[in-house]
Design a protein around this ligand. Structure first.
Ligand SMILES: Cc1cc2nc3c(=O)[nH]c(=O)nc-3n(C[C@H](O)[C@H](O)[C@H](O)COP(=O)(O)OP(=O)(O)OC[C@H]3O[C@@H](n4cnc5c(N)ncnc54)[C@H](O)[C@@H]3O)c2cc1C
Length: 463
């Protein structure tokens, strides 16, 4: 008989925590989970899900405009922000309920409470004013937007959390950041009719993505009417008597807007969690340090998802949860595999990508072939929209293995999911060539680019 109340206690009811708790319960383990805010975590409540719903909402003006070329007359459209927010809230409430009941129906106990560690086996349920004990503890407390507290006037700014629930849609917004969250919100707000400026300190948005996609997306966003200022940094934000915000950047220029949003990275939720009391080691960025199996330096305490600051994506947190269960409860030590993760940026146009960028491949491989096609997707022919699509394969010329696949254009995220299988399986360019095209689609370009557009030898592009 175990001396503990539970076999497993999970702190944090987001993507990773809920998956671990639910599946552990189905294995017959005595499981409890605590969530301090809302079950579903960042992804469901203020991340992937509401973001994608907002992306859909923001795409309608282009659909309405494109319809004319196909013979449709669309009466003047109007948009109601409170309706979108309310409908989004209804959907995330539904999903949040499913997350909680999923654990309960599997036999786990789901607490609505903040949980902190008292020692390596004892957890305080702050909301209930009591402690419980567990054999194994899994920390899945996720992260939160970096408040950028060193920026004078940061208290006047919003972050991605607030952007989902603004009482009214601003007329203008300045967004700081060059990562996918900043880029996606710039497109969302612009699509909803907000005068949008994106400020980024780096040379080009979306660092670490393939350079051609970064440049091309930048151009397309500017063509749509989004102002993008790279190599620009906020120096201070001031709120004026009229309620508007004045954002001063390096060089002295001032951007005036109704809202300023900071999307400058995320911090791990590790404060006041009792980690010191339990002896859990933290890294330099405040993240929980784990080994290859997601175990902390304390034998029975594990951590997964954003709180470990490995790869901050929902499927990664879920994958880490499943590997943790194999290791901790099935006597099958399993390392999460972080190699070759397909991902999307829900910008407009969208990015779908997997594997090595051209630059990264050039650093790692002596002979790289790049197959690239830029074309107007068929759906834009009758609409008259000038936007072009970009598909790109990065291939190791020696082994013929496709190292990376990168797409900019409609449904690129959907394509990346399937390309992810091919690239993960280390299929060769010859496998792609032997694959019959699906016609007429945009994706068929991926199997019909027979000749390299150029080669990269020892990191240098040549014809
Ligand atoms: C705006 C935005 C858009 C995103 N879009 C995408 C996307 O399109 N695709 C994608 O894959 N990923 C996306 N992500 C990232 C994704 O949301 C995260 O990687 C994922 O949610 C991480 O899951 P997690 O379980 O580690 O943590 P979370 O989902 O953050 O869950 C942690 C939970 O722990 C709770 N918690 C914290 N401390 C305690 C405590 N002491 N006691 C009890 N509960 C606690 C929190 O309230 C939270 O609910 C996005 C993130 C953001 C912010």
């Amino acid at each position: 008989m175990s001396p503990y109340d539970y076999d497993l206690f999970v702190i944090g009811g987001g993507s990773g925590g809920v998956r671990a708790a639910r599946v552990a319960a189905t294995l017959g383990k005595r499981v409890a989970i605590a969530e301090e805010y809302r079950y579903g975590g960042t992804c469901v409540i203020r991340g992937c899900v509401p973001k994608k719903l907002f992306v859909y909402a923001s795409q309608f003006p282009e659909h309405f405009a494109d319809a004319a070329g196909y013979g449709w007359t669309v009466p003047e459209a109007s948009f109601d922000w409170p309706t979108l927010v309310a409908n989004k809230d209804r959907e995330i409430a539904r999903l949040s309920g499913l997350y909680q009941t999923g654990v309960e129906n599997a036999g786990g106990e789901a607490f609505q409470s903040r949980a902190t560690l008292v020692d390596a086996h004892t957890i305080r349920l702050e909301g209930e004013g009591r402690t419980v004990t567990a054999d194994q503890i899994l920390i899945a407390t996720g992260g939160r937007p970096n408040p950028h507290a060193a920026l004078p006037g940061h208290e006047h700014c919003i972050f991605s959390n607030e952007a989902f629930d603004l009482p009214e849609l601003p007329k203008s917004i300045v967004i700081a950041g060059g990562g996918y969250i900043a880029v996606e919100f710039a497109n969302i707000f612009h699509g909803l009719g907000v005068d949008t400026t994106l400020i980024y300190r780096g040379k080009e948005i979306l660092q670490r993505f393939d350079i051609d996609l970064r440049h091309r997306l930048h151009e397309e966003m500017v063509a749509k009417g989004i102002r993008i200022r790279c190599q620009t940094i906020f120096e201070k934000i001031e709120k004026k008597a009229d309620g508007r915000l004045h954002a001063t950047v390096n060089g002295g220029e001032i951007f005036i807007a109704d809202q300023v949003m900071l999307a400058l990275g995320r911090l791990a939720n590790t404060e006041d969690l009792g980690l010191e009391a339990a002896g859990v080691e933290l890294g330099v960025r405040g993240e929980i340090v784990v080994d290859a199996f997601s175990r902390t330096n304390v034998e029975n305490i594990w951590a997964i998802g954003d709180v470990t600051d490995r790869v901050q994506l929902t499927p990664v947190a879920i994958h880490e949860a499943m590997c943790f269960l194999e290791t901790a409860f099935k006597d099958n030590p399993t390392r999460p595999d972080h190699d070759c993760i397909a991902t999307a940026v829900f910008s407009q146009p969208e990015i779908g990508t997997v594997g090595l960028s051209e630059d990264e491949a050039g650093r790692r491989f002596a002979n790289v072939e790049v197959y690239s096609a830029s074309f107007r997707p068929m759906r834009h022919t009758l609409s008259g929209r000038q936007e072009r699509m970009l598909t790109k394969l990065v291939v190791d010329a020696d082994s013929r293995v496709v190292l990376g696949a990168h797409i900019l254009g409609p449904d690129a995220g959907e394509m990346a999911q399937l390309l992810g299988i091919a690239v993960k399986a280390r299929l060769t360019k010859d496998d792609f060539d032997r694959t019959m095209a699906v016609h007429p689609t945009a994706a068929e370009e991926l199997v019909t680019m027979y000749k390299p557009s150029y080669v990269v030898r020892n990191g240098e592009r040549s014809a």
